[in-house]
Design a binder for this molecule. Sequence first.
Ligand code: ATP
Ligand code: MG
Length: 324
Amino acid sequence: MPRSGPGAGPPQAGPHPLGGSAGVLASRGADITPSQLLEASGVRALLDQLDAELIGLAPVKGRIRDIAALLLIDKLREQQGLQSTPPSLHMCFTGNPGTGKTTVAMRMAEVLKQLGYVRKGHLVAVTRDDLVGQFIGHTAPKTKEVLKKAMGGVLFIDEAYYLYKPENERDYGQESIEILLQVMENHRDDLVVILAGYKDRMDTFFSSNPGMASRIAHHIDFPDYSEAELMQIAQLMLTQLNYRFDEAAAPAFTRYVSLRRQQPHFANARSIRNALDRIRLRHATRLFMTDAALTREQLSTLSAEDILASRVFGSADASKEHAP
Ligand SMILES: Nc1ncnc2c1ncn2[C@@H]1O[C@H](COP(=O)(O)OP(=O)(O)OP(=O)(O)O)[C@@H](O)[C@H]1O
Ligand SMILES: [Mg+2]
């Protein structure tokens, strides 16, 4: 089943979802500057939050700002009676696992709602199995059902290239693609489709599906995180969870990250989250063994030993621990 919902994202910033910027314009007239409009529509707060809660990703954040600017300027133009057409905002997010594609898609949905581009701003995340049926006549209703759920928000299709299987002569994926193409064109002012996956496979998919390629306005690439960024992501996750590394734990985790990155199945920020989960497990076990009253400090402080017990430091077999 598709996973849907407003996501674990932040609370809505600002009181005026879309109507917001229109409302601001109506009351302020044409004397408002773009920056005031950004502020008043609540979009600036969302963008700032995006900056603070997502490490790195400068090109991705830049692109979201550009899209916000485009939509706000479109509003100002509309106000002046200039031709204003909602731009097509279908996107493609490419990058390796754990680089933040799903997370950014959720944030994008919130920003688009705040800008009044879509009504609801929810994200419906699906894969091929949610769209394509096993039998004749099953695909169209499945795809339409998903589209109905996603209308007013963002439809996120993970590993979208699996929709197209040229090796199966009568693959139903093609039927789903046709329906998607139609809706992407006809409902582009209330539905944003984001295709996600590995870059090389997506390129192949687009070259065989020019109709899809021509409807995607924004291609955004998510690079792998640097070691320093992965450390910052870990610190951010720990802070959010009310944990911290003690003095020796921080360098131990840096070593962990540099070893782990070179091993199979490394999935960027997701591997960091998984590693922290296991460290918390060892921390809990260690505290349990002391069997004494525990202080707040002890409950929240992770030590080097919680990290160094990882198989990443010893065995050549370490990758098994991290299989996705
Ligand atoms: N830049 C970042 N800053 C902080 N946390 C991040 C960042 N990028 C990703 N994360 C966290 O890492 C985890 C994985 O991110 P996400 O699921 O968005 O990756 P993905 O690119 O969709 O991966 P996949 O391709 O495997 O679906 C999430 O818990 C997310 O919150
Ligand atoms: Mg994802």
